[in-house]
Design a protein around this ligand. Structure first.
Ligand SMILES: Cc1ncc(COP(=O)(O)O)c(C=O)c1O
Length: 399
């Protein structure tokens, strides 16, 4: 018998490429922890809270009554209604359950949306620093990604003019993220309105990933759907992973207009065939009765943000600005190291604190490391003590 030669699709080849060292520091940190070392992990974006008890109870009850069967491809009516109600509450544009498609997590919603909007080789414009998870999605769909820099010198602020300048005849989609992972930057309603009108004028889709919409501190989040005048070209993606500490439940959604919704539902039908019934019902419950728990978690993130910003501000050589939203603080290490990668590697070796280098988020974040707010206050304080000791030592050696 001759040897079997495996052959794969271009799509899977694109995902199989040798990954950069995005998670190298974190992998090394896990190796050290496995060997019994006391490592503090500040690299993950997974909420360190348990899913609130009433949501767990509700899910258990729905499991108990047999809600364990197939569900409609676009989502259970009760959840589509709950999502539509939330959208309608804050927006001048009423939202209908028919405008909503449910997916197993934000990642899958993004994948489905981009799959429905772009062909291989077509151009998508995305501001950076950007969420690392966009890269494999765009690679697998073989999209041409044009990154637009939001420079650190301007606190990574959302910049409509730069996005507009990047759009060409070739552009099919602009995808934004507000609030941004990793920077916490938020687009203002005026910026969203302006960008939406610009994209509409050019017959371009505007997709907004709003996964951190419920974790805001200084001011409330404004959805693209609320700000835009016309919704024809608008897609909003959100989910429960962050706001409700439900990352493992895999529950996200996309809100769009009729023709795209039909395609998204068909895509969901072909690829996932409906999300679990009991999870969708628990998600609807969470959205309707969540205010207390979401606020508690948001307050904790805000307190931790303040703690980090205050402590980092007192460490000579490090700096950061105070993010308005999200689950991360970006720390500028350019006075101490040639890059965030170098800093993160050295910090782990010297003090066993694992932070994420900024490089994979984009050029603008190369001199930064990302610290998560998803760690207890005491854990954060301990990590900041170690970071301070590491920097003091580095400063002493340099002088
Ligand atoms: C900006 C952003 N979008 C999407 C996602 C993916 O969300 P999910 O975990 O629901 O797939 C994440 C997760 O970290 C994120 O930070």
């Amino acid at each position: 018998m001759t040897d079997f030669t495996p052959q794969f699709s271009l799509q899977s080849e694109a995902l199989n490429c040798e990954d950069s060292n995005v998670w190298a520091v974190s992998d090394r940190a896990h190796d050290l922890a496995d060997k019994g070392e006391d490592v503090i992990f500040l690299c993950v974006g997974d909420p360190n809270f348990n899913t609130p008890e009433p949501i767990l109870d509700f899910a258990r009850a729905r499991l108990g009554v047999g809600r364990t069967h197939y569900s409609p491809a676009a989502g259970e009516p009760v959840l589509r209604r709950a999502i539509a109600d939330i959208e309608s509450k804050v927006s001048p544009h009423p939202c209908n359950p028919d405008d909503v498609v449910v997916f197993p997590g934000g990642t899958n919603a993004i994948y489905a949306v981009l799959s429905c909007l772009l062909n291989p080789g077509e151009e998508i414009v995305i501001p950076e620093p950007m969420y690392i998870g966009y890269v494999p999605i765009c690679d697998s769909l073989r999209l041409s990604v044009k990154r637009v820099a939001c420079p650190a010198e301007q606190n990574f602020a959302f910049d409509v003019d730069s996005i507009k300048a990047a759009v060409t005849e070739e552009t099919r989609v602009v995808m934004i993220n507000t609030p941004v992972n990793p920077t916490g930057a938020m687009a203002t309603p005026e910026q969203l309105r302006e960008l939406a009108a610009f994209c509409r004028e050019r017959n371009i889709w505007l997709v907004s990933d709003e996964m951190y919409s419920m974790i805001t501190f200084a001011r409330r989040h404004t959805s693209l759907r609320t700000a835009a005048e016309s919704l024809d070209n608008i897609v909003v993606i959100d989910g429960l992973s962050k706001s409700h500490a439900m990352s493992g439940w895999r529950l996200g959604w996309a809100v769009a207009r009729g023709p795209l919704v039909e395609r998204l539902a068909a895509f969901a039908g072909a690829t996932i065939f409906g999300c679990p019934q009991f999870i969708q019902e628990a998600a609807a419950f969470a959205l309707e009765f969540d205010t207390y728990f979401v606020k508690q978690m948001r307050d904790a993130y805000e307190r931790r943000r303040n703690l980090i910003v205050e402590r980092i501000g007192k460490i000579p050589g490090l700096s950061c600005y105070s993010p308005d939203a999200g689950m991360f603080v970006m720390v500028n290490v350019s006075e101490l190291a040639s890059s965030g990668q170098v800093f993160a590697e050295a910090l782990l070796e010297a003090e066993r604190v694992s932070v994420l280098p900024g490089t994979p988020f984009g050029e603008s974040a190369v001199n930064h490391v990302r610290l998560t707010l998803a760690a207890d206050d005491s854990e954060l304080s301990r990590a900041l003590d170690r970071i301070e000791r590491f920097v003091t030592c580095a400063n002493r050696q340099a002088s």
